[in-house]
Design a protein around this ligand. Structure first.
Ligand code: THG
Length: 279
């Protein structure tokens, strides 16, 4: 199954049988004070720097999250989208809990964006599916609903199925629903990663949909996050993860290695190219 996103002109194809597509996570104010202070000053230089560094490091899509306490994201998200797309021809993943901010951003965005995110709650489906349909956007469907977050992978799978069904009823193509199995901190719950890995396997085998996740979430609160994130990334890709939200400056080499190991990089061309570009 293929999900196609686009920037001003350039298309990115996320293919359940193809190599991993990296959604750069770094435009996110969580623990990035400089991003908050510069955005508050109306200064977008640091956002552009984060974008450029991620693209150089292998990001195919950029996640854009400008949520922080007190922000008017209905104004700031579209502004940030405009400034990013004026400079870079890359598809964007609009990361906001506010449907009005997402809609405002889609109104001015070029190409085909990914809405981050819709979930199985009635309120979320009702607010965002019509918006996705109207603007021809793809969506991320989070495996949680009005009952909250379940630890049962089969139940997460059925929430994924429900979101896909409702999206198709709303006129969205099934392939434009990317599933998020919910990656959470393993420091808080020893079984968190196992549950998510099993959900990835089920969604991949039973639905063959593209799968994303906030891959760096799992290492919150622990030292040596890079080792943990790397181990988890390799296992996730093996199970069917196709478009992680992650830090390309740290994860691209592991992703290229995983693609090579899984037979998706004939003669190691991309692996070697990436290695040489880093020398
Ligand atoms: N699912 C979906 N969207 C999401 C998440 C998800 N968006 C937000 C988040 N989770 C994914 N994004 C991040 C961004 C940064 C970090 C983790 C998840 C992070 N950053 C390091 C830090 O804050 O210390 C810094 C990383 C670095 O500098 O290298 O941990 O789950 N759909």
């Amino acid at each position: 199954m293929k999900t196609i996103l686009s920037g001003r002109t350039r298309e990115v194809i996320i293919d359940t049988g193809g190599p991993v597509v990296i959604i750069g996570e770094s435009i996110n104010p969580t623990r990035r004070k400089k991003l908050v202070t510069t955005l508050q000053e109306g200064n977008f230089d640091f956002v552009l720097e984060l974008a450029e560094n991620q693209i150089k490091a292998g990001a195919d899509v950029l996640d854009v999250n400008v949520g922080f306490p007190g922000v008017d994201d209905v104004k700031l998200l579209p502004e940030t989208v405009r400034i990013l797309q004026d400079r870079f021809d890359i598809p964007l993943c609009l990361d906001s809990p506010n449907p009005r901010a997402i809609e405002a951003a889609l109104k001015i965005a070029a190409g085909k964006c990914l809405i981050n995110s819709v979930n199985g709650e009635e309120a979320s489906l009702k607010a965002l599916l019509p918006v996705a349909k109207e603007f021809g956007a793809a969506i991320i469907g989070l495996c949680m609903d009005d009952d909250g977050i379940t630890h049962d992978p089969e139940k997460r799978l059925s929430i994924a199925e429900k979101i896909i069904e409702r999206a198709v009823k709303a006129g969205i193509k099934a392939e434009d629903v990317v599933i998020d199995p919910l990656a959470m901190a393993v420091s808080a719950d020893p079984q968190a990663c196992r549950v998510t890995l099993e959900t990835i396997r089920l969604v991949h085998q039973k639905l063959d949909h593209n799968i994303t996740q906030g891959a760096s979430n799992i290492s919150f609160g622990l030292p040596d996050r890079e080792s943990l994130n790397s181990a988890y990334m390799a296992m996730s890709v093996y199970n069917g993860l196709t478009c992680p939200i992650a830090n390309p400056e740290k994860i691209t080499s592991i992703v290229r290695a995983a693609d090579l190991v899984l037979g998706r990089d004939d003669f190691a061309v991309r692996f070697v190219e990436y290695f040489q570009s880093r020398q």
